[in-house]
Design a protein around this ligand. Structure first.
Ligand SMILES: [Zn+2]
Length: 510
């Protein structure tokens, strides 16, 4: 009995000492939410791959060590098993509506963790974006979003619309709206090939550049004309804004230009501008067809519904002739693939056969400038690839969850599959730098774009050899594969081929 009592007391004492010992050790052992172990870490800054364990806490990268170096308490462990771990890709030109497709699975499946919305001059038409952003945040979103404010939208909000000569008061009102919008946005987007942006005189764009530059933001421009013989002129217009603000060319392309030499000429213009002190960058998507509304094919004087009625009535011959020449320069009717019903998946050449009409009559009498969108096979692979490989050019998708073009589901996967693995045109380290830290610098994003302690844990786990862009022109909504695990702000956002319900993205604050 006595012995038993003593033993009992000893056991209690031992347990007490053990538990206090455990407590004090727990205090010294750091704890983390998630560990990604056995990574081949490519940090996005251009450093070579290195073996690493990455610890995440409160949505941030908290610690990076060599494998198994740290004794830590970890709630979740993801074994990368030697696969590449890199920052999530940042898409500097994307489209979509976070309130209707909040998951953005098309982007997550290709390793994209941050997208940019409000592009091509077109953002939500609200004088105050704040409540809209709150609504998106409350509803939840699968990726991070960096917002831009659209120049065309500001024109509409200021009551300028399609007026080519805005009065001083209207202009002042637009500049005030711009300044307010920059509280929430990473810069101004322009869409100078579209209504109403195409009516803006250069002086107006320069006034806007002063405001954007004054706030340290960037102008992203869908330039006035992407035709090969107009490209330098379009770039010049942007460079004049570049005197006052950082400037960026969206989806840089030469429509019907050809060859690597021509690409070098275009790159030389950008290099010379940078030497002259202008901060200019550009993005390119890895496809040889563009995608836009059919109005893009029509002359400036017949793009809107009202203008079109008048043009059709008063200038029919001129309109036909314009379309014949324009389509001829754009590689013929077989190179325009319609992407909206009822003609989805058919080229203008297909429709000529089906309807028994020449394409210019189909464009005028059957489709019209408001009649949907299409993919235009107007780019040269050699030229575009050379642009893409340049160190000062980043990657965009210019795509959306619903767009009828494979770029929205495949662009970033295609860079890895095609340019890194198949063609050896860039190294994996360079491709990742381009699509992460360089894109972050273009946007002015300081808290993500590289795997470093203190940065957001937007991370992707993948084996480059297994990355595949599955989307095609006839079947553009196929998800990419090969990005096994995608983390957004430290939470698993995509795994085993599907988006999780976590919706851990955020609308980012500039
Ligand atoms: Zn555009």
């Amino acid at each position: 009995m006595k012995v038993q009592t003593l033993k009992f007391i000893f056991t209690i004492a031992l347990l007490a000492s053990l538990s206090s010992c455990t407590d004090s050790e727990t205090e010294n052992i750091p704890s983390y939410d998630t560990l990604i172990s056995n990574a081949s870490l490519i940090d996005g800054l251009g450093s070579p791959a290195r073996p690493a364990d990455i610890y995440i806490k409160n949505g941030l990268v908290a610690r990076i060590t060599t494998p198994d170096e740290v004794n830590a308490v970890v709630a979740n462990t993801i074994d990368a098993g030697g696969r590449v771990v890199a920052p999530g890709f940042i898409d500097v030109h994307s489209h979509g509506d976070p309130l209707s497709t909040p998951e953005f699975e098309n982007f997550l499946a290709q390793g994209v963790t941050t997208i940019t919305l409000g592009q091509d001059g077109d953002s939500p038409e609200l004088a105050d974006l704040g409540p809209w952003i709150e609504q998106v945040r409350e509803a939840g979103i699968g990726v991070n979003v960096a917002m831009f404010v659209g120049h065309g939208t500001l024109r509409n909000l200021a009551g300028i619309g399609q007026n080519p000569n805005p009065g001083a008061d209207d202009l002042q009102r637009m500049l005030e709206l711009l300044n307010n919008a920059l509280d929430y946005t990473f810069g101004l987007s322009t869409g100078l090939e579209y209504n109403p942006g195409l009516h803006a005189p250069e002086s107006e764009l320069i006034e806007m550049a002063r405001v954007v530059g004054g706030r340290g933001r960037v102008i992203m421009s869908h330039m006035r004309n992407e035709d090969d013989d107009q490209l330098e002129k379009s770039i010049d217009e942007l460079l004049s804004q570049g005197q006052y603000s950082r400037v960026h060319i969206s989806h840089l392309k030469s429509v019907y230009g050809k060859g690597a030499t021509r690409a070098e000429e275009i790159l030389d213009v950008l290099t010379a501008a940078r030497s002259a002190g202008i901060d200019i960058t550009a993005d390119v998507y890895p496809y040889n067809a563009s995608y836009a509304g059919i109005a893009l094919l029509f002359p400036v004087w017949s793009k809107t519904a009202e203008e079109f009625v008048i043009a059709k009535r008063d200038r029919r011959n001129e309109l036909e002739e314009y379309l014949v020449n324009r389509i001829a320069r754009r590689n013929g009717p077989g190179a325009t693939l319609l992407g909206t019903d009822p003609y989805t998946g058919k080229t203008l050449a297909d429709l000529e056969v089906e309807l028994g009409l020449p394409f210019e009559e189909i464009l005028i009498d059957v489709i019209g400038p408001q009649g949907g969108g299409g993919a235009y096979f107007i780019m040269d692979d050699e030229l575009q690839s050379r642009l893409l490989e340049d160190d000062n050019i980043t990657v965009s998708s210019d795509g959306s969850p619903t767009g009828f073009h494979p770029r929205g589901h495949g662009a970033f996967a295609k860079i890895i599959e095609e340019y890194v693995v198949n063609r050896n045109a860039m190294t994996l380290v360079d491709a990742i730098r381009k699509m992460t830290s360089f894109s972050a610098a273009v946007l002015g994003l300081n808290d993500r774009g590289s795997v470093e302690v203190g940065k957001a844990a937007d991370l992707i786990v993948f084996d480059p050899a297994r990355v595949k862009a599955n989307a095609t022109y006839p079947d553009p909504l196929q998800l990419s594969e090969g990005f096994d695990i995608v983390l957004v702000n430290g939470e698993v956002a995509f795994r085993s081929g599907v988006a999780t319900p976590n919706l851990s993205g955020s609308v980012l604050t500039p």
